[in-house]
Design a protein around this ligand. Sequence first.
Ligand code: NDP
Ligand code: HSE
Length: 440
Amino acid sequence: MTKSIGIGLVGCGIVGTGLLQQLKENASAIEGRLGVPLDVRRIAVRDVTTVRSDLVPRDKLTTDPMELVNDPDIQVIVEVMGGVERAYEVVRAAILAGKHVVTANKALLAERGAEIWNLAEEQGVDLYYEAAVAGGIPIIRVLREALASERILAIRGIVNGTSNYILSRMTEEGLSFDVALAEAQAAGYAEADPTLDVGGGDACHKIAILATLAFGQRVPADQIPTEGIDRLSPVDITFARRLGFIIKPLAVARVAGDALDLRVHPALVPIEATLATVHGALNAVAIEGALLGPVLMSGPGAGAGPTATSVAGDVLDIARNLECRAHSRVPARGFRRVALSDAKLRDIGDHRGRFYLRLTVDDRPGVLGAVTSALGDNDVSIEQMFQEGGWQRGKRSDTGPVSVVLLTHRATERNVRAALAVIERHDAIVAPTQLLRIEE
Ligand code: NDP
Ligand code: HSE
């Protein structure tokens, strides 16, 4: 009988089914590269009665992932079920059973990664996770292996395909947020709970993972300042364009003195900037190395095919390690465990840059004076300002509130927020002010 490497697939939704397709369509190339075939021996799902693609062999289905973990013919567990607690139990049990693990689950890694990476190191098994960040872009391997000798200064990127897709469709086609989100869900880009995408949580998990790989520091994901695209209004997209910007969902990890500047938020990016040209579900990650300089990687950030390619690449890596008994050669987090330290995060108030402010005000005398005084009193200088509304086609439309849009010169976020605290106490301000950062 031909020797094969046994895979246990935990989860067979978008990514799991994509993996079955990848392994089937490219079986001969995979065997050519590996020397042995890969064999998916069992598949765990939530409901075995669900109608599935022909790629899914019904006789291999079970609802109990532990059957896979305890199967002696399975060497590699692929966890693509999502969620944190149950996935943690399965991955932990798999490691303790001596199985190597591939996961695409960034929420699991950001929240429980330290425990499972440590356990994997102790047990001498590999735990790979290329698909967990930026879908089909091999960013983990690049940071962990190709750039292993380099001192990384900064990573800036678009790492949530769903958010980028939604903003692209709203910007280019004028779609509503809800319609664009429904499209992203139908295309298989979104998380089971899409608030993770549009609220910034998914990008927060990903930038925490990248920061550990880049800087050798353990990052508490729940302390990263995180804002999602769900706080944007279509008028912000319109105003930004009028000012020469496009709004992109950014994640930043940067060395800032003895701290790390980590943040996730939608940002105004100049329309001619490279990141402004990354559309739809594409992701892009710009790395800046001390001696290397800038490197940009872009590609599909979500969806069955790209994600499954990354998962399959990890499975092949593990299979190669198994073939030459070389597991644990590359530390999962890039750095040896003893070399990792706890990250100190920079206060977002120390962020310095230009800001976009959109105020909603009653159009009456003295309001702009109060706004500009509060900004000036806090050392915030105005670069551009316009007022929209009140008049339409040469006629005064009504007496309702109007938008006042300001771009500031470079200022600290602490000062801008102090000015806004004063401004928002003015009785002419009728809605919370929109504050967006400009990323140059
Ligand atoms: P899906 O919701 O499409 O699939 C999840 C699968 O897991 C389903 O087959 C489901 O079973 C199964 N499952 C869920 N809970 C259990 C359980 N308790 N026991 C057994 N099986 C279970 O998710 P995706 O494929 O989209 O995502 C999977 C993982 O990959 C997530 O961690 C996600 O963050 C990550 N990821 C996804 C990407 C994407 O583009 N979709 C990209 C990168 C990473 P059933 O079919 O019966 O419901
Ligand atoms: N929901 C994620 C995204 C999947 O849209 O980017 C890829 O991690």
